[in-house]
Write a protein that binds this ligand. Structure first.
Ligand code: FAD
Length: 315
């Protein structure tokens, strides 16, 4: 039984969620291969070849993979499966935007049922995944010959670097471009702050901030003091106080930092779904009845416009 992990990367570095996906793959089978579909992504292949437990890296390096287009990644995986003569029993994608885009396309082509957001491997056929915004865990069993999964990164510790020799890197032919999709423009927000999905500390603001200017003036300095990533509730994003790639929750990013500060966030279940796995949750809210206090390890009942600048100054 060999497991194929599809690397998520930016052509230069491996996204942390890939390492958690490798950890999940190692629970499934003794032999784990990693596919790097990219262009000029040698450093990514080398980094992955040096991860403990990776037996082989398949590298498809070609301009068709310069943008991580789901159609082409799914086509590349299909080609790997075809060339492997039934060797791969599982294909694992990180449950990142890229992984969630490509996995269902692959599953449709294979005529199998994809299993999304796996948080636990029970055995080779049986997995746990959250449903109802994380309010329940479903145990699902698949009888498909090839199981296509996306793996929730926060549920698995990242696979570590190997101490011994690196795995072999095998160069494979890139699939031809089907021509149905092309990248028109990529707008990447540049930030000095840590990446939200993998940050150790997250300071998140809610609707209570009341304006984009307040959000920046109150949340930004506290995040800078703590070396934290910034998150936001959907209400704050919908109101335009924060960009939507900062949204935490059921329809935003799933985070599991060591420390999560929820500032002026009520604690709606859809928000909780995205941050309840944080080690320590601190809530600042002026309403003692706010549901967030039911999830917080530490709660401060206060006006955020007074409390947060004081905390920032004290830090
Ligand atoms: C299908 C679906 C998916 C959703 N997905 C998400 C998601 O991914 N993420 C998400 O966050 N939400 C999501 N939501 C929305 C969610 O239900 C809530 O509406 C949202 O989380 C509320 O955001 P909030 O806590 O910032 O705002 P509010 O609920 O308005 O809470 C603001 C809080 O700030 C407090 N407050 C006000 N002024 C101050 C002050 N001066 N000092 C201190 N505290 C103050 C208030 O007491 C209140 O508790 C989703 C909803 C649906 C239906």
């Amino acid at each position: 039984m060999t497991v194929l992990v599809i690397a998520d990367h930016d052509q230069r570095t491996v996204r942390a969620a890939t390492l958690s996906t490798i950890a999940a793959a190692l629970e499934l089978g003794p032999e784990v291969h990693v596919l790097v579909a990219g262009h000029g992504a040698d450093a990514v292949a080398v980094q992955l070849a040096n991860i403990a437990g990776v037996a082989k890296v398949l590298q498809a390096d070609d301009p068709v993979h310069a943008a991580a287009l789901a159609e082409r990644v799914a086509g590349q995986v299909l080609a790997c499966l075809g060339a492997s003569a039934g060797r791969y029993s599982h294909v694992l994608f990180p449950a990142t935007a890229n992984g969630k885009d490509a996995a269902p396309r692959l599953a449709a082509k294979l005529d199998v049922a994809p299993i999304g957001d796996v948080v636990k491997v029970i055995d080779a056929d049986t997995f746990e995944r959250p449903i109802y915004a994380g309010n329940a865990l479903a145990t699902v069993r698949s009888r498909d010959a090839v199981k296509v999964l996306t793996v929730r990164a926060t549920a698995f510790a990242a696979a570590a670097a190997a101490t011994g020799a690196a795995a072999a890197i095998e160069h494979i032919a890139a699939v031809a471009d089907g021509g149905k999709a092309r990248l028109v423009r990529s707008a990447v927000s540049a930030s000095e702050r840590p990446e939200l999905a993998s940050a150790a500390i997250v300071v998140a603001g809610g609707r209570a901030l009341a304006s984009a200017a307040n959000f920046d003036a109150v949340i930004g300095p506290l995040a800078d003091k703590l070396g934290a990533a910034i998150g936001a509730s959907r209400a704050a994003v919908d109101a335009g106080y924060a960009p939507n790639d900062l949204q935490v929750g059921q329809t935003g990013k799933i985070v599991a930092p060591r420390l999560y500060l929820a500032v002026g966030i009520s604690g709606a279940i859809q928000h909780i779904a995205g941050m309840k796995d944080a080690d320590v949750i601190v809530a600042i809210n002026q309403d003692p009845e706010a549901p967030i206090f039911g999830f917080a390890d530490f709660g401060l009942e206060a006006d955020l416009f007074t409390a947060v600048p004081q905390i920032t100054a004290a830090l």
